[in-house]
Design a protein. Structure first.
Length: 174
């Protein structure tokens, strides 16, 4: 199963959402919110069923964030390249990518998933500190993934005419 494509469908990421998500503000505000997302997930341990409200707010933030900011005026920033590279990664069946980048994406994703198992174990044992540490280790692995995707974008941006269209500023897209 292609978990990336499944997540893309779940998030309903169309071209407009991807363009907006390529705004560095989208990337950096998602990153800045990660501690709050963790606390929201932990909140039921503190406030019982009322913890569903912060979890719902976190889910809403996760869905709305890629749509919140306008498309960037330029796509040459690291965060923008990372988002565009993730699209290239998701399109790898149609346009193959270099094996090293496929391996890097799989390794960084596996590391992140491994730390998320640690988060689940910490939730099970109600060890907030271990969960918080494992959560942020998973976030660091995700940042490593984004960095590999930014580099993937650099080498693949001319590989397919669709890719060039992804990085045209809105004012120039007419």
């Amino acid at each position: 199963m292609d978990y990336g494509a499944a997540a893309e469908r779940l998030m309903a990421m169309d071209d407009a959402a991807w363009r907006r998500h390529a705004n560095p503000w989208s990337v950096w505000t998602r990153l800045a919110a990660t501690p709050l997302l963790f606390v929201a997930l932990w909140s039921p341990f503190w406030i019982g069923w009322a913890g569903a409200l912060p979890i719902a707010a976190a889910a809403l933030w996760t869905w709305i964030n890629p749509r919140l900011f306008p498309p960037p005026g330029r796509f040459d920033r690291w965060a923008s390249k990372g988002v565009l590279g993730e699209r290239v990664w998701l399109n790898r069946k149609a346009v193959p990518i270099p094996a090293g980048y496929a391996r890097a994406a799989n390794v960084t994703t596996a590391i992140s998933a491994l730390f998320m198992v640690g988060v689940a174990f910490a939730f099970f044992t109600r060890n907030f500190a271990a969960g918080f540490l494992a959560w942020h280790a998973a976030v660091l692995a995700k940042l490593w993934f984004v960095d590999r995707m930014a580099r993937l974008w650099e080498i693949m941006k001319d590989a397919d005419p669709r890719y060039a269209a992804w990085a045209v500023p809105v004012a120039d897209a007419r």
